[in-house]
Design a protein around this ligand. Structure first.
Ligand SMILES: Nc1ncnc2c1ncn2[C@@H]1O[C@H](COP(=O)(O)OP(=O)(O)OP(=O)(O)O)[C@@H](O)[C@H]1O
Length: 457
């Protein structure tokens, strides 16, 4: 039988007790250390991180009050060590046991002990300590991931009137729990705004979870959003929490809300109204406290009129509405955005600070930017890579020349050419609406984005 990879520390001045415990535990744990002098506890805690500490309660001759054990328990609990402490004593006084548990001991065992029972207690303490460490590790991983994702979305650039008003709204709405609906074409910065609201809210220490509603298959919607119990359907191999529960105490960003079918809209509405979710395959209602921010590039009011979007759901999600204008309607922001991306990409590709002349910026301001800021960002990235001198030229932005040249030029019937052409025209046909273009092309949004990147569109 392989041993548990945990570390157990036994502190007892009775050599016989310490050795018997060590012999028992060594059969099951990889490392078992004994110490008879409790004054060595601070030193030992400094040296190593223990999973379980078995601590005697009385050390001085004739002492029975347990006060010493409680004192050393406090020392352990005040240290950064995450060990679970099991107190052990020959004087089983309920009052002392209660006090020990209050002060953070996990369990209390009386001498003489029963080997099996004691072993079960130590193993349970190890498992708890292990779980605790795992949770702490996951929490710190989550913080690192969140802050590194957030970093990419942290600096909202804009000085146009429209953006100044958006900044003011973000500030006001962040202090509340109001549901927010963000409207705007693809790439206008909807996710960025949602993250800014989260970052400026009381929930900023908690998680921000984004869900692309257009990318979830109809039959998996409930399971993805509300979770499922093991065995609820063929692929449900284990219990799983949904995005609502995962975002508990944090913010849930429901992107592409306009892509939900009427059936799913009804399910979402019911959860937003009741603030409880029920996992697929379960009857238990689980309360959730997630701040919901929705976004769409669809004309949601038109959808309500044509009865493809529920009016009651719209009024549930649009307590505050933020509209991000397309980039072509805020060309004042183009110089600032270009300088920002230029700076970022020069650093990323370790190029000297490149310049962008005024006449090139003017041409960028005349372009339509169907993919909005995302397209501008990619254009700057490509230009930085391609640029040969210290100044960007109009030729570094190849699309400026090709703008009116939408005909398919097929010199060789190369499938990549044909695919790039089809994608470009589908996006144009749907006025930059990526979800609709993806639908027409028979691709998921993710797959379309990957191809757009591949063909530099
Ligand atoms: N005001 C801005 N300042 C700086 N960068 C921006 C700004 N707006 C958008 N971006 C950048 O543009 C890209 C697209 O932004 P974002 O994903 O927030 O747009 P979106 O409207 O949610 O897009 P989609 O509808 O396709 O999901 C991101 O890389 C983001 O960092």
């Amino acid at each position: 039988m392989s041993k548990i990879p945990g570390k157990v520390l036994i502190i007892d001045d009775d050599q016989y007790v310490a050795i018997s415990l060590k012999m028992l535990l060594e059969e099951h744990f990889k490392t078992v250390i004994t110490e008879k002098n409790p004054k060595k506890i601070p030193f030992l805690l400094n040296q190593s991180n223990y999973d379980v500490i078995i601590l005697d309660m009385n050390f001085q001759q004739g002492a029975t009050s347990g006060e010493e054990g409680l004192k050393w328990l406090r020392t352990i609990k005040q240290s950064p060590n995450t060990a679970n402490v099991i107190l052990i004593t020959a004087y089983g006084d309920v009052r002392v046991a209660v006090q020990a548990i209050k002060e953070g001991a996990l369990d209390f065992v009386t001498k003489p002990w029963q080997n099996e029972k004691l072993l079960a207690t130590v193993i349970a303490a190890y498992k708890l300590s292990h779980e605790k460490k795992r949770v702490e590790q996951l929490e710190s991983q989550q913080k690192i991931i969140t802050s590194s994702i957030d970093h990419q979305f942290s600096n909202i650039i804009g000085q146009s009137e429209a953006m100044v008003s958006v900044f003011k709204t973000i500030q006001k709405v962040a202090q509340t729990n109001a549901n927010v609906l963000i409207l705007g074409e693809n790439g206008t910065g909807k996710e960025m705004v949602a993250r800014a609201i989260h970052r400026q809210s009381d929930r900023h220490q908690e998680i921000f979870i984004g869900v692309d509603m257009g990318a979830i298959a109809e039959n998996l919607f409930e399971s993805e959003l509300f979770g499922h119990k093991k065995g609820a359907f063929t692929d449900a191999k284990e219990d799983r929490i949904g995005r609502f529960e995962a975002a508990n105490r944090g913010t849930l960003f429901l992107d592409e809300i306009g892509n939900l079918s009427l059936n799913l809209q009804a399910k979402l509405l019911s959860v937003l109204q009741s603030q409880v979710v029920t996992k697929v395959g379960s009857n238990e209602a689980i309360p959730v406290d997630a701040r919901v921010i929705c976004a769409t590039n669809s004309n949601i009011y038109k959808m309500v009129k044509s009865q493809t979007f529920r009016e009651d759901l719209l009024y549930r999600i649009n307590t505050v509405e933020i509209t991000l204008p397309p980039l072509r309607e805020r060309v004042d922001d183009i110089p600032l955005l270009s300088a920002h991306f230029l700076d970022n990409y020069c650093k990323k590709y370790q190029k000297p600070k490149l310049k962008i002349p005024g006449h090139v910026v003017k041409r960028l301001q005349r372009y339509r930017w169907p993919g909005n800021i995302r397209e501008l960002q990619h254009a700057l990235e490509r230009a930085v890579i391609m640029c040969e001198g210290d100044t960007l030229q109009a030729e570094d932005f190849t699309f400026l020349d090709k703008e009116s040249d939408e005909e398919l030029k097929v010199e060789h019937y190369n499938l990549d050419n044909l695919e790039a052409w089809a994608i470009k025209n589908a996006i144009k046909k749907h006025h930059g609406n990526i979800s609709h273009a993806a639908q027409e092309l028979g691709l998921s949004r993710g797959a379309l984005y990957r191809r757009m990147e591949k063909y530099d569109l």
